[in-house]
Write a protein that binds this ligand. Sequence first.
Ligand code: NAG
Ligand code: NAG
Ligand code: NAG
Ligand code: NAG
Length: 523
Amino acid sequence: MLSTFVQKCVLVSTILSGCHCAKILGIIPTASYSHQITFHPLWRELAMRGHQVTVVTTDPLRNTSIPNFREVDLSEVHVYFKDVQFYETISGDIKYFWNIAFFLRKVTLDLTKLLLENSDIQKLTNETFDLVIGEAHFPSILGLIGHFRCPWIGVSSMESGIQFNVAIGNPAHPVLNPDYNLPLGNLEDLNFLERITSSVYRIGFVFLIDAYLYPSLSRVYEDAGLNTPPLIDIQNNISMLFVTTHPIFHNLRPVFPNTISIGTGMHFQQRKPLPKDLQTFLDEGEKGVIYFSLGSNINLNLLTDNFKKAIVEAFAEVPYKVLLKMDGQLNNVSKNVLVRKWMPQQDIFRHKNIKLFITQGGLQSLQEAVLNEIPLIGIPFFGDQFSNVNKMVKKGYGLKIDRTTITKNALVTAIKEVIQDPKYTETAQMMGKIFRDEEIPSLQRAVYWTEYVIRHKGAKHLRSPTVDMPAWKYYMLDVVGFLAFISLLIIVIIYLLIKVFIRLVIYIFARLFGKRKPKIKKN
Ligand SMILES: *[C@@H]1O[C@H](CO)[C@@H](O)[C@H](O)[C@H]1NC(C)=O
Ligand SMILES: *[C@@H]1O[C@H](CO)[C@@H](O)[C@H](O)[C@H]1NC(C)=O
Ligand SMILES: *[C@@H]1O[C@H](CO)[C@@H](O)[C@H](O)[C@H]1NC(C)=O
Ligand SMILES: *[C@@H]1O[C@H](CO)[C@@H](O)[C@H](O)[C@H]1NC(C)=O
């Protein structure tokens, strides 16, 4: 077994010169399909290049024809997410933001227990790896990563949060780069209250994680008998960060060279022919077809009756056909609407009659829409969806509708505006051109930097020296304090000098002009 692997490696490395075949472990523990599909092409490509790839995933590919590839099925996290009503809770009223933060702490700890109780993962802990590629999201995986004592790369199917940006040394400026979880309005120009919110969140978040979450998390690892370095050290030991960011979807961020953007997407698939009925449905929609999908995490029971009523009635009223992706039975849909549990979204977007995509604003969906120059209506539910949709509205290729106040009329008006006013389609076309114009494909970039970390056993030379600096040094509090003190001292000295000078002048005048008393009294 091992010798055939070695043979394969030798073979492949002679074909692809420079391949240092390595044992790679991927861990993506978030039960969300979009978090998983982003990296499917990376696993496949690394395996095809001769690396021995093991992936811990909630949505296994189950493709036995990929060589050197094995998966650890973590689908129990889907069950857990359903039990704790994960998506229902995080899409709850945003006023309860801190409740959500505490809920996420509980989920992080539970998720860690699930990982450590999984017998296949327990077996993995007896193996060694040359590289771990872990999702820079729930810190649940940190102890596991640290256990292997090898370099690790953090990956995110979206923008990375404050924690891992700070870990790699990137600035996490609350005004330039507010956290993607905050439901802020114009991300490029926050108002005063939003700047306060973002700053408090920025400071509070890191403090809560370091002081409150990590100690509890360490205890979970200790209880499981896994001996790991301190979590904060593992976190800061990150070699690279792959983020799915793009100037179309995110605020620009100054980053260190060990942060690699894979933001033009790795998950796009080759064109496949549409199923016959969908092809006919789309062909016949000459006046335009709307595609409606709220992604894979939002199902019918997350929608209020008012929401369902609004969309059913609005779709009955507009003069367009509608493809509606929904997991569950919607009552009373009109004849122009076709409801399916699943649809080949990427191929549907390639059809010329698609005039509008109504979306929850997940990043992968937005990427697919922009790739195909389709304008949007965004109805955000949770997480980065608010910031994604707000950014989209700001860029001008779509409109936003609030899911809690949605009405038939609001939806009909928005649909007509986006389809009939050419500015939305024109902006979408402009965005598509920018989006498709890339130096090298994201997958190629991800593979290159993954193998770079393998070749150099980490990327210490790309690590920002500020990571090890205490915050007071990084924010120059001592320098500012010192300069403020000196400035104060100079002001006092100048004040005293002026005072002495004035007295001197008064004295001289008094002497020169005899007995007359000076007007300015000395105090
Ligand atoms: C499985 O992987 C092989 C090799 O990458 C690929 O050719 C094939 O299309 C995959 N099968 C499915 C069902 O995705
Ligand atoms: C790991 O290896 C040790 C020592 O070889 C063995 O006792 C233990 O059962 C192994 N654990 C698992 C989960 O395979
Ligand atoms: C940091 O990474 C190096 C490899 O790059 C590894 O040898 C070391 O054990 C890691 N340290 C911690 C604290 O995780
Ligand atoms: C469906 O339509 C019927 C008749 O118009 C109405 O009585 C019923 O309440 C509707 N059901 C829903 C769920 O809207």
